[in-house]
Design a protein around this ligand. Sequence first.
Ligand SMILES: Nc1ncnc2c1ncn2[C@@H]1O[C@H](COP(=O)(O)OP(=O)(O)OP(=O)(O)O)[C@@H](O)[C@H]1O
Ligand code: NI
Length: 317
Amino acid sequence: MNDRAGTLLSVRGLTVRFRLPGGRRVAAVSDVGFDLAAGECLALVGESGCGKSVLASALLGLLPGNAEASGTALLDGLDLLAADERTLARRVRGRRVGLVPQSPAAHLTPVRTVRAQLEETVRELTPVPRGERRAAAEAAAARAAFPPGHLDRHPHELSGGLAQRAATALALVGDAPLLLADEPTTGLDRALVDRTADELRRHTDDGRGLLLITHDLAAAERIADRVAVMYAGRIVEVAPAARFFGAPGPRHPYARGLLDALPTRAFAPIPGLPPELSALPDGCAFAPRCARVTDACRTVPEPRDGVACHHPEESRA
Ligand SMILES: Nc1ncnc2c1ncn2[C@@H]1O[C@H](COP(=O)(O)OP(=O)(O)OP(=O)(O)O)[C@@H](O)[C@H]1O
Ligand code: NI
């Protein structure tokens, strides 16, 4: 599942800064790099405000006007960060990158039925001739396990779970090789979280790459092949999910703290708060909260073996 030869998305040096009035700058994403293969799910986890959604917006060319992005993000040879809006609109969004949104209810158009929205998206994104759009829309619904009997309903007539499936069906219409899911399970109960996660996994097993953005570590553990942990705009650890959630466990002190904070584990929160991204300290951003801090932490650690820390926990494999 980690077939490097099948790399679908390759991100290097991705950095996003927001300019604020008064000359302040928000370092939302800093020097992020990762690869994602076809058929692979990479979970991007980290506390609220660490830059996950900004990273996703950068990949989709949907950053607001006060943002500056640099770096590269190659998807099938096309640099998403260098592409112009026309290319992104015509060739990328929906066609090469399917977006499973954070809040499906907000993403769906309230005044139109699910069927109408699916058919419209089929018309926009695929060459399917008019007479076959109805069948194509029904096929997309089926792929997302959306029940055909509910196709003629409006979004407000759907449960949270069905709204999520409708949004996923829309994301699947263009048969994009990369799926980007930003908090797809927010607001769902545990059973629905599991089901939604399993469905996303199924679309990954069909050969798509899935970037799953979530702060739900249980969902990440359930379906991810690898986990990337973000802190204050940087990826501080990337590890195979089995090693991260099992043995030897996370190696970055922040990543270990995230897992230890889970109610199902030690239930011990990390002391302190993440830094303001408009006033990042020099050096390692986690140092002020880290029990293992040393003088070396005054510089930003370079990632080594998937961990950006001057004193990672030893691999106990
Ligand atoms: N348009 C903007 N202008 C200035 N700062 C912004 C803007 N959009 C986002 N930010 C800042 O960028 C940082 C990263 O935000 P982001 O939404 O990516 O966090 P996140 O990790 O997705 O959090 P959550 O889990 O809550 O969704 C935050 O500090 C946020 O305030
Ligand atoms: Ni977010």
